[in-house]
Design a protein around this ligand. Structure first.
Ligand SMILES: C[S@@+](CC[C@H](N)C(=O)[O-])C[C@H]1O[C@@H](n2cnc3c(N)ncnc32)[C@H](O)[C@@H]1O
Length: 201
């Protein structure tokens, strides 16, 4: 895996890199609609709705699903075009859509949940510890980080591969790990490569 914070990786820190992809492709490859693992969790976990942050939300299908299940959703992406299209795609959803860099969010100890889906693998690998700390800081005590980590096993990125061991190394010092297992609930091309996570602050 490519974990060096080299010049190639640094391009992903700039919103313009992502916004240009959205300009060029109305339906980028990562836009898969609702993540099956989230749908499964909402239908089976019995989790109580609360305030949830969706970092790197893209077009927001998961954010809209969470809102439809009664969650109070803040969905953030620093690509303005992503948020513009998210709003147009989900006009009915009551969501606090924000064009912002997730590393500059002001909220501390605010959210009951952080929902992770292909955000960690989109950021520069050298910033992962910063991301784990940010997730911790956004959550209230007892809050949960839920979602998927994408262990696709390929070189390069984005998406930058992450293994189960690497996820544990980053998050175990900060969270109680309830679950970190490959989920059977994935789209075909990601099957066997998504680790479902449920971590508690
Ligand atoms: C691979 S896409 C995934 C989008 C969405 N989670 C999905 O699954 O459709 C990653 C998204 O994260 C956003 N992103 C990357 N780094 C970010 C940052 N530092 N702050 C806010 N958004 C960021 C990108 O603009 C992009 O929309």
């Amino acid at each position: 895996m490519n974990a060096s914070p080299d010049a190639t990786d640094q391009k992903v820190n700039n919103f313009a890199y992502w916004n240009t992809i959205y300009e060029q492709e109305e339906s980028p490859r990562w836009h898969i609609g609702v993540a099956p693992a989230l749908k499964q969790w909402l239908e089976t976990s019995g989790a109580k709705p609360g305030r949830v942050l969706v970092p790197g939300c893209g077009y927001g299908p998961d954010a809209a699903l969470l809102a439809g299940h009664g969650f109070d959703v803040t969905a953030v992406d620093f690509a303005p075009l992503a948020i513009e299209r998210a709003k147009a795609m989900h006009p009915q959803a009551r969501i606090d859509w924000r064009v912002a860099d997730i590393f500059e969010l002001p909220e501390r100890e605010h959210f009951d949940y952080v929902y992770e889906y292909t955000c960690l693998v989109a950021i520069q690998p050298g910033r992962r510890a910063e991301y784990a700390k940010a997730c911790h800081s956004w959550l209230r005590k007892g809050g949960r980080l839920i979602g998927c980590f994408y262990n696709h096993g390929r070189e390069g990125g984005p998406p930058f591969n992450i293994t189960r061991e690497q996820v544990l190394k980053l998050f175990e010092p900060l969270f109680k790990i309830h679950t970190l297992e490959i989920t059977p609930h994935s789209i075909d091309r990601r099957k066997g490569h998504e680790l479902w996570a449920d971590f508690e602050k």
